[in-house]
Design a protein around this ligand. Structure first.
Ligand code: 5GP
Length: 187
């Protein structure tokens, strides 16, 4: 396989998207794997850039047509999945793929691609800090925040399945550590 796969998983609010955006600007030949999802678009999000925003019906058709490498109902009625066509598109263009994906999805991709994939877990400094960040981000309803925090506690227990754990206490340090791990892996 030409390109390598970099998986970044983290509980919601751990800073994963900020780290990914910073890594995409560096010369690592990384291209973001755009997932499909059925949730509504948030302010500032762009269709086919942040996600392929599709209806629940379309999502279920794609499941039945076996179009996903993996998919998860990450939160109740919120489906997210990695399309086979997306991974092929990036690999065929000669780039490395970077996934922003939930913990279960990350573990599944790692199992599938084994040594061609580096699975990185971004760990929040604490669950309390995570809750504060989600509240400050103010992109989600209070009920969704509660769900995300409850889920984070279980997710942290699964971090041992990952190749590398990076604690995002200080953003710059976390970015540098992630950058170094990826450089080592792809070179
Ligand atoms: P958000 O709604 O905040 O954009 O994403 C919610 C969660 O879904 C995040 O943890 C994100 O990483 C995860 N996610 C995004 N795309 C995928 C995907 O293709 N597969 C899986 N399993 N999770 C995804």
């Amino acid at each position: 396989m030409k390109g390598k796969l970099i998986i970044l998983s983290a509980p919601s609010g751990a800073g994963k998207s900020t780290i990914i955006n910073s890594l995409l600007k560096k010369s690592l030949n990384l291209e973001f794997s755009i997932s499909a999802c059925n949730r509504g678009m948030r302010a500032g999000e762009i269709d086919k850039k942040d996600y392929y925003f599709i209806s629940t019906e379309e999502f279920k058709t794609k499941i039945n047509n076996n179009e996903f490498v993996e998919w998860e109902e990450v939160y109740s009625n919120h489906f997210y999945g990695t399309l086979k066509s997306e991974v092929e598109r990036i690999i065929n263009s000669g780039n490395n793929v970077i996934f922003d994906i939930d913990i279960v999805g990350g573990i599944n991709i790692k199992k599938l691609y084994k040594k061609d994939a580096l699975a990185i877990f971004i760990m929040p400094p604490s669950v309390d800090e995570l809750e504060k960040r989600l509240i400050n981000r103010s992109t989600d309803k209070l009920e969704d925040i509660k769900n995300r925090v409850n889920k984070a506690e279980q997710e942290i227990n699964q971090s041992k399945e990952f190749d590398k754990i990076i604690i995002n206490d200080n953003l710059e340090t976390a970015i540098n550590e992630t950058y170094n791990a990826i450089t080592k892996f792809i070179s």
